[in-house]
Design a protein around this ligand. Structure first.
Ligand SMILES: [Zn+2]
Length: 309
């Protein structure tokens, strides 16, 4: 059985964001603590014992504390059930949690060469000694099976594929350590349990649903999809920023080209939004936007939501 635990469902900054006084962040601080959410990451396992993280969020320490499946095994002095981390991009909210995994436990980082180049160019990541923490390049459209400590196959097959998106925000206008050519900065993943052949998709960043992507997602048991903004100009309209969703490489939930409309009618078992920004009104229980999403078959998950396929 394939298990996926949503460790965090929020976009960069989380809910509430440290410096934000928008209505959702204010509600999350005070009257509605159930709105609180940490920055996006998912843990997956085929055996319920060994786990892989998809992205390592800045909130990783808090997420691990809240997730008993990821605690050290009873009776072990030093241990972690986490065998590896698969990175889908080089954004702050996807990689900085690696720095909280620096106490000498072995694991493997799987990432595209462009993202590995970012880690290599930032010497602070050298705190993860490559003797303990291997860095494995992954390639677009080439499936791989992450391994458990000792090299045992995990039983999980992961297929990375390119999706429309943007490179890391902090590299905008700067030289990319991995070169400016080609894709690899934004990956989607198909995650398949080799024993049962059941699979799901992870796309925490996606700027556009193409016909090719629709064909890919059709028939999946579960899709975790980019839910950053409700509408493209949301940050601007709320006075919170100057960028559109598209300008950040994220599709909106609403609108004719949005995720809800574009993924309607596909044969998908469960649809969950992930990477939801604190400006997004679909976070609010009882909001018209949340109702539209839920009526279209989407879930807005709380941190800790576990799905078994
Ligand atoms: Zn806010």
């Amino acid at each position: 059985m394939l298990r996926a635990v949503v460790l965090g469902a929020a976009a960069g900054g989380g809910v509430p964001q440290w410096n934000c006084g928008c209505r959702i962040c204010r509600a999350a601080r005070d009257a509605q603590p159930e709105l609180r959410s940490t920055q996006a990451s998912v843990a997956i396992s085929a055996d319920g014992e060994h786990w892989f993280l998809i992205n390592a969020s800045p909130d990783l320490r808090q997420q691990l504390l809240a997730t008993p499946q990821l605690h050290p095994k009873a009776g072990e002095l030093r241990h972690s059930p986490i065998s590896g981390v698969i990175l889908t991009n080089g954004e702050i909210d996807a990689v900085t949690g690696l720095l909280s995994m620096r106490e000498g436990s072995p694991f493997t980082i799987y990432a595209h060469a462009k993202v590995l180049a970012i880690l290599k160019a930032n010497s602070i990541f050298n705190v993860l000694n490559e003797k303990n923490v291997r860095r494995e390049p992954i390639e677009i459209d080439r499936a791989f099976e992450p391994t458990l400590p000792g090299g045992t196959p995990s039983g999980i097959e992961i297929l990375p594929f390119a999706v429309a998106g943007k490179g890391a925000w902090y590299l905008e206008g700067k030289a990319h350590p991995g070169g400016s050519d080609g894709t690899g900065d934004t990956l989607g993943l198909r995650i398949r349990d080799k024993a049962t052949d059941r699979y799901f998709y992870f796309l925490a960043a996606c700027a556009e649903v193409t016909g090719e992507l629709k064909a890919r997602l059709a028939g999946a048991s579960l899709v975790l999809f980019d839910g950053t903004v409700w509408r493209d100009d949301e940050l601007i309209a709320a006075g919170l920023g100057t960028k559109t969703g598209q300008g950040m490489g994220h599709i909106s939930m609403s609108g004719a080209q949005g995720a809800i409309a574009q993924l309607t009618g596909l044969d998908v078992g469960q649809k969950l939004f992930l990477h939801i920004n604190n400006s997004n009104p679909a976070l609010l229980h009882g909001s018209a936007e949340r109702k539209i999403a839920e009526d279209a078959g989407w879930q807005i998950p709380a941190d800790g939501t576990e799905i078994v396929l």
